[in-house]
Design a protein around this ligand. Structure first.
Ligand code: PTJ
Length: 247
């Protein structure tokens, strides 16, 4: 990362690519993760590579949800682990959440590599290896969860998700916070709190809101959650893409 000059016009995008590449080399990110990153980049470009005010409001609602939760869990896949490992640990610490690795292309080697990577970045415990529970109505590897982790959670943060698991979690009555740059993706469409933003910006932003709200009354947190409008947030992101001025 040191080789990319700070003032390069595409600095953040190049740093991101570098991290994803390094993630693949370390056995953390799947090769499909490279494709997913490319799709994300295209949407980020169309959004002007910035956090929309509506996405910031969603990050604040996410922080309130996580602080109100009895058992919040932050789900981690191969892209999230490569891009924001330390930031995921900081968020979990800020809201008292568990970290659980959950993969679409699950292999034991990659599970272990991601758990170790998060431990290296300061996590005290990482779930996902036990895989002693199943999410119903989901046929692929993402159904494998920990009984004392995602299976027991009331609020789950799912970055860069596929729509199937997002729907399965919603069916179980768990509140879901989804981060995805594509406002038309099925995963954000079913989320209680869709955050249409780059995970690089969204995770630290949720943490900053959580710190700011750490001493807020429950009633205030409940007010923030209650006032949040998921459909309006998605409409705003889609409008920003359609009307965007990228000059
Ligand atoms: O590590 P695994 O095995 O769990 O696999 C993870 C990936 C991401 C490969 C897997 O879940 C997958 O194939 O996902 P999709 O269906 O390609 O969806 C990924 C979504 O993430 C797309 O809608 C992208 O727009 C979005 N995305 C990609 N990069 C970012 C992003 N959203 C936010 N921030 C990003 N940096």
């Amino acid at each position: 990362e040191a080789e990319i000059p700070e003032d390069h016009p595409r600095h953040d995008s190049l740093v991101t690519r570098h991290r994803i590449e390094a993630g693949v080399e370390k056995g953390i990110t799947s090769r499909q993760g490279l494709i997913a990153q490319g799709r994300g980049e295209a949407f980020d470009y169309l959004l002007g590579e910035r956090t929309l005010p509506s996405a910031d409001a969603a990050a604040r609602a996410a922080a309130a949800h996580l602080l109100l939760a009895d058992h919040p869990v932050v789900s981690v896949n191969g892209n999230a682990a490569a891009l924001v490992p330390g930031e995921l640990v900081a968020l979990a610490d800020a809201v008292g959440a568990d970290l659980e690795v959950n993969l679409f292309n699950r292999t034991e080697e990659r599970m272990r590599a991601i758990v170790d990577h998060l431990l290296d970045h300061g996590a005290s415990e990482v779930k996902g290896l036990a895989a002693d529970a199943r999410l119903p109505n989901l046929t692929h590897e993402r159904a494998k969860v920990d009984a004392d982790g995602i299976a027991d959670a009331d609020v789950v943060l799912v970055p860069l998700e596929d729509g199937d698991r997002a729907a399965a979690l919603a069916d179980l009555g768990k509140a879901e916070i989804v981060i995805d740059l594509n406002p038309m993706s099925r995963s954000v469409q079913v989320a209680d709190v869709p955050i249409v933003d780059n995970i690089l910006r969204a995770i630290p932003n949720i943490t900053a809101h959580a710190h700011e709200l750490a001493h807020a009354e429950r009633a205030e947190l409940e007010r923030i959650v209650g006032a949040f409008d998921a459909a309006a947030t998605l409409d705003d992101a889609e409008r920003a893409i359609r009307d965007g001025d990228l000059s």
